[in-house]
Design a protein around this ligand. Structure first.
Ligand code: ADP
Ligand code: ASP
Ligand code: MG
Length: 448
């Protein structure tokens, strides 16, 4: 079996979904399990819907639901115009899902309170809608498809908006349910991103989490491959939205891909790699808009050469310098800082230390950052630098390439921090945010 995951842009409209059906038709021999995201931008609209409901903005809520309903009705009608029965059935199902959403959101609007649990339920709707329509479109074009609810398979903890799976329960559910449901059909089709807690409440795996769903399902099934179909020609030497002349990376190791994702490259969700690596399942990153392109393979490290592979960045971070006379020594400084960050679920992306001074970078927009900074400032002296960005050069034994720091300094202007990742898998720099695009581009020219 293989697992094929299609992201939001790969299923954004009729033409895109027809391309997806063509791709799946070419892979039927490999018995694909298909994982789909919501249509592009729908999850974002649902987040807005949840916020508007919490703010009791009834008319905006109505408008947003209307837009979501109409977009899905239109795509379903375009795809199923020559099969009236299937179209009616699909429109009914889309209608039911939208009605349930509407009733639920109106309830939130009444009370003006949005719990993470309610929020997860709202933002999970995009995948329920897209998968319903795509499964019907597959059936209408001769690909016998069975729609399976991912919430019955992927069981998570109660951290509703970035839920973490109970791998044992999930693996046994996936094996049992897909084993049953795959009988007598060409494909099983399910949703990325969404899951449920042990008590049955809907949870989600965090934004961009459909890649992770695909990897979890692949690991559970011991699949021979995971294909991540997206809107770029494979994993590139930098984000093509920022650098114009990037190159495709043919092969990259699990560790390098995980490092890139962790350091901000959006092409794969950071948690995707681990389940695949565990079972040595190759991940292929492919372009659903250009099936001729070979894409990239994420594989075991053995055959991967040393040196820089790609540039990753985060464009909105705070850089913080912390020092303390009260907390003597590095260990108590670090445990003080990380204790506070952990209690607010804040990750430090980069860390560098010397005796009684620690420098870190954190996500500027984190909802609990202000609170955490207040607690930190009670315990130590803290200087916060806002409007900063971090750039990372990623690759196995990255320092094998000479003069990385010199090259970086020649394109960025002031460097606030340099950090070399454990395992020598990245070297990262903190710079001014307004220099980011120019710096990534300049560095890319020097490196690749
Ligand atoms: P999907 O909706 O298919 O999940 P995403 O938008 O999440 O797609 O991921 C694909 C995007 O990742 C690309 O459009 C590209 O802008 C971005 N990206 C960032 N870094 C890289 C990189 N190094 N290589 C390829 N794409 C990258
Ligand atoms: N639809 C979800 C999101 O937009 C999950 C995904 O696309 O991976 O984040
Ligand atoms: Mg994605």
């Amino acid at each position: 079996m293989i697992v094929c995951k299609f992201g939001g842009t790969s299923v954004q409209n009729k033409d895109a979904i027809e391309r997806v059906i063509g791709i799946i038709k070419s892979r039927l021999k490999e018995r694909p399990v298909v994982v789909v995201s919501a249509f592009s931008k729908v999850t974002r609209q649902l987040c807005e819907l949840a916020d508007e409901a919490e703010a009791k903005h009834e008319s905006n809520v109505g408008t947003l639901i209307g837009q979501i309903r109409e977009r899905h009705n239109t795509v379903a009608s375009e795809l199923l115009s020559d099969n009236k029965d299937l179209l009616n059935h699909t429109l009914n199902r889309v209608g039911e899902i939208c009605d349930e959403l509407e009733a639920f959101v109106k309830g939130i609007c009444q009370i003006g309170e949005l719990s993470p649990r309610s929020n997860a339920r709202i933002i999970s709707t995009g995948e329920l809608l897209s998968s319903t329509i795509i499964s019907a479109a597959m059936n209408s074009r001769g690909v016998k498809s069975r729609w399976v609810d991912a919430r019955k398979m992927i069981i998570t903890n109660d951290d509703y908006l970035s839920a973490r799976p109970d791998m044992e329960a999930t693996q046994s559910n996936v094996l049992r349910i897909i084993g049953e449901e795959a009988k007598g059909v060409d494909i099983v089709l399910t949703q990325g991103f969404i899951a449920s807690s042990a008590s049955g409440a809907t949870t989600v795996l965090g934004f961009e989490g459909s890649d992770y769903s695909a990897a979890i399902i692949a690991m559970s099934l011991n699949a021979s491959k995971v294909e991540i179909w997206t809107d770029v020609d494979g994993i590139r030497t930098a984000d093509p939205r920022v650098v114009h002349k990037t190159s495709r990376i043919d092969r990259i190791s699990y560790e390098e891909a995980a490092e890139m994702a962790y350091l901000g490259a959006r092409v794969l969700h950071p948690l995707t790699i681990e389940p695949a690596r565990k079972k040595n399942i190759p991940i292929r990153v492919l372009n659903s808009g250009n099936t001729e392109c070979e894409g990239s393979s994420v594989v075991r490290d053995d055959s991967i050469p040393d040196g820089p592979k790609s540039i990753a960045f985060r464009d909105d971070i705070y850089y913080m310098e912390l020092s303390s006379r009260k907390l003597a020594g590095e260990t108590s400084m670090l445990s003080g800082i990380f204790g506070i960050l952990k209690s607010h679920k804040i990750e430090a992306f980069l860390v560098s230390t010397k005796e009684s001074k620690v420098s870190i970078t954190v996500e500027a927009g984190h909802p609990e950052l202000e609170e955490a900074m207040e607690e930190l400032s009670e315990l130590m002296e803290m200087t916060v630098y806002r409007d900063k960005a971090q750039i990372s050069i990623v690759g196995k034994n990255v320092l094998r390439r000479d003069k990385l720091i010199e090259d970086m300094a020649s394109v960025t202007g002031k460097i606030y921090m340099v950090s070399i990742g454990a395992g020598l898998m990245n070297i990262s720099f903190v710079i001014d945010r307004d220099r980011l695009a120019e710096s990534v581009d300049g560095l890319h020219k020097k490196l690749f």
